[in-house]
Design a protein around this ligand. Structure first.
Ligand SMILES: [Zn+2]
Length: 227
């Protein structure tokens, strides 16, 4: 008798648990990317101490190219905004876009809101930045710390998704045009010398008008458009 009571109570508890989990999943599903981002940024912030977190004090003065400047650069040669990843891959198969992958110079992160595809001009810019950065590291006899590409080409579909999850996302994103990518700086958090060299390299490309750069402290990245 007692045994039966315990087993039926146990069944009720299990049933309630599953119903509760189901309701939670249904309710939280639309916010899955936002939750994922919050967890990732929480984990990162606990790993990195705050003093080394800012990439450089002067970055907000060095890299100030706003939306209109990036727009001028991508209006010249940028691709037409594509509806979804399938359309982007179609451009890749036609040789219009090039896939960027992790190599000795940089890491291409998994991208929730974009595809690791760029116009050859932007992909070449990335290679040239990497080569100069590596040669500066060699000259200074420092350990090479790869930088990270955290975002590349977006689609109308992924921008809509991003807008839902990120209040700062702008509708007519430069990332739709194939010439823009984001370089994350979290990797440099514990390597101030490498970070300083990387920033000087990026600054030199900016000064030669090879690209436009916006320091995005909220997104923890440099937003770069090839010129
Ligand atoms: Zn960006």
């Amino acid at each position: 008798m007692i045994k039966n009571k315990i087993s039926s109570r146990f069944k009720i508890i299990i049933f309630t648990f599953f119903v509760f989990s189901g309701v939670c999943i249904i309710f939280l599903y639309p916010y899955r990317y936002r939750i994922k981002n919050k967890i990732a940024s929480f984990l990162n912030s606990s790993k990195i101490n705050n003093t080394s977190y800012a990439p450089c004090e002067s970055c907000d003065q060095l890299f100030t190219d706003g939306i209109p400047v990036h727009e001028l650069a991508y209006k010249k040669e940028g691709i037409k905004s594509q509806k979804n990843s399938l359309e982007l891959r179609n451009l890749e198969s036609k040789g219009v876009l090039k896939k960027i992958t992790t190599n000795d110079y940089y890491i291409v992160r998994d991208m929730d809101y974009s595809d690791p595809l760029l116009l050859p001009k932007a992909a070449d810019l990335l290679t040239n930045i990497s080569k100069l950065y590596m040669s500066e590291i060699d000259k200074a006899e420092l350990k090479y710390i790869p930088f990270e590409i955290t975002s590349a080409t977006r689609t109308i579909e992924s921008v809509k998704r991003l807008e839902k999850d990120n209040d700062n996302a702008i509708k007519n994103s430069a990332h739709l045009k194939g010439k823009t990518f984001d370089i994350g700086y979290i990797n440099f958090a514990n390597y101030p010398q490498q970070r300083a060299l990387f920033i000087s390299v990026l600054k030199s490309f900016r000064e030669e008008n090879k690209c436009f750069v916006k320091y995005e402290i909220g997104q923890k990245c440099f937003h770069v458009t090839a010129n």
